[in-house]
Design a protein around this ligand. Structure first.
Ligand code: FAD
Ligand code: FES
Length: 335
């Protein structure tokens, strides 16, 4: 999809600098080696779920699994061999430091992520990356970023680069409830609207500009929990639909980029088509094995570019190599 496929990637070892746990979510900051190439928005790394010394890790994972009792998976019985793909949530190269700091934000869903959440500062982890093709946006006047839960990881770097380029996007985060959000939401921290290029139609929704990502970004939170004050009550897609309905001209000028569960992306595609959204890009989070284009474990169906709109006209592309960012209008979301 974009030019960064040709960019160098590195296989190496990084060390854990900081870890923060928030409910089922874990945020890890890693010291990357000096040679680590600067990642493009949308790229990801493959990371080993346990450090070199596995025995001490196993003890920590036991402690952590007791705290995360709702993920009652017990102690990992065996070493998790495969590296796990994770979007690069953030990457900073502080002035005066030779190496960069890379942040991952992930949800504990199984053995690998449970093990990864048990690492401690100082542990060393194998990695491969940055890898994959990142975003290649058209010149659009407006950008709308939509994240479902931990999908925020897939679009956060894009958000930062748009802000740095002087084109603040509008950000919509969908959560089950504010309490279950992967990032701390301070919905009361409102910045005056006129500082931002907010589309018409947003006003009745009570726009909340919050300090979600350590940077200010005009954002709205959609929560399906009715008690969440300051948040739109419903799904992220319902909020997008409401926004476009109030202001169809905005939709036609917009690049919509999204990361989240497949049903959310599928619903967004329908909305994007209905309102003729100019460009629709999605970050796919398929299961991966090799992460290097050889096993075909991550193959996904992409509609052929043909005038014939038959459902059957598709081919396979590898999320690890051709993706993870795809033209959202061409992905076949259903199994
Ligand atoms: C390019 C890419 C970027 C990703 N970025 C992030 C991220 O920033 N934060 C994050 O939390 N997760 C991210 N994921 C998903 C993450 O890789 C998986 O959640 C993780 O590999 C699961 O490993 P596990 O051993 O804990 O779970 P497993 O024991 O392998 O599986 C546990 C459950 O999770 C499901 N699952 C496993 N892999 C995936 C997957 N890739 N997508 C969706 N469901 C899966 C399984 O079906 C199963 O129900 C990303 C995936 C890809 C491909
Ligand atoms: S994970 Fe092996 S080809 Fe993509």
């Amino acid at each position: 999809m974009s030019a960064n496929a040709e960019k160098a990637k590195l296989a190496g070892v990084c060390s854990v600098r900081r870890k923060t746990i928030r409910g089922a979510f874990c945020r890890l900051t890693l010291n990357m080696p000096m040679e680590f190439p600067h990642p493009a928005p949308g790229q990801f790394i493959l990371i080993s779920p346990q450090p070199h010394s596995y025995d001490s890790q196993q003890t920590r994972a036991t402690k952590f699994s007791t705290r995360l009792s709702r993920f009652d998976m017990g102690v990992p019985q065996d070493r998790t061999m495969l590296l796990r793909p994770m979007s690069i949530f953030d990457y900073v190269k502080a002035p005066g430091r030779p190496n960069g700091l890379l942040t991952l934000l992930f949800k504990v869903v199984g053995r690998g992520t449970l093990s990864l959440s048990g690492v401690e500062p100082g542990d060393r982890l194998r990695f491969l990356g940055p890898t994959g093709n990142g975003f290649n946006p058209l010149e659009c006047k407006k950008t709308l970023l939509v994240a479902g839960g931990v999908g925020i990881s897939g679009v956060n770097l894009l958000c930062k680069s748009l802000l740095a380029g002087g084109h603040p996007p509008l950000f919509i985060l969908g959560v089950n409830s504010k309490e279950e959000s992967p990032v701390r939401l301070s919905l009361t921290e409102v910045v005056p609207h006129h500082r931002w290029a907010i589309p018409k139609g947003t006003e009745p929704l009570r726009l909340v500009v919050s300090r979600m990502f350590d940077i200010f970004v005009p954002s709205m939170v959609a929560s399906i929990y009715p008690g969440d004050q300051g948040a739109f009550c419903g799904t992220a897609c319902e909020l997008v639909e409401r926004l476009f309905r109030a202001n169809p001209a905005y939709a036609e000028k917009t690049m919509l980029a999204a990361c989240g569960p497949a049903p959310m992306l599928e619903a967004l595609e329908e909305t994007a088509r209905h309102y003729s959204v100019r460009q629709f890009l999605v970050v796919l989070e398929e299961k991966m094995a090799c992460g290097a284009g050889t096993c075909l474990g991550c193959a996904t169906r992409i509609k052929d570019l043909t005038d014939d709109a038959r459902e059957a006209a598709f081919h396979y592309e590898r999320v690890c190599t051709e993706g993870p960012v795809f033209d959202g209008y061409r992905v076949i979301y259903r199994m």
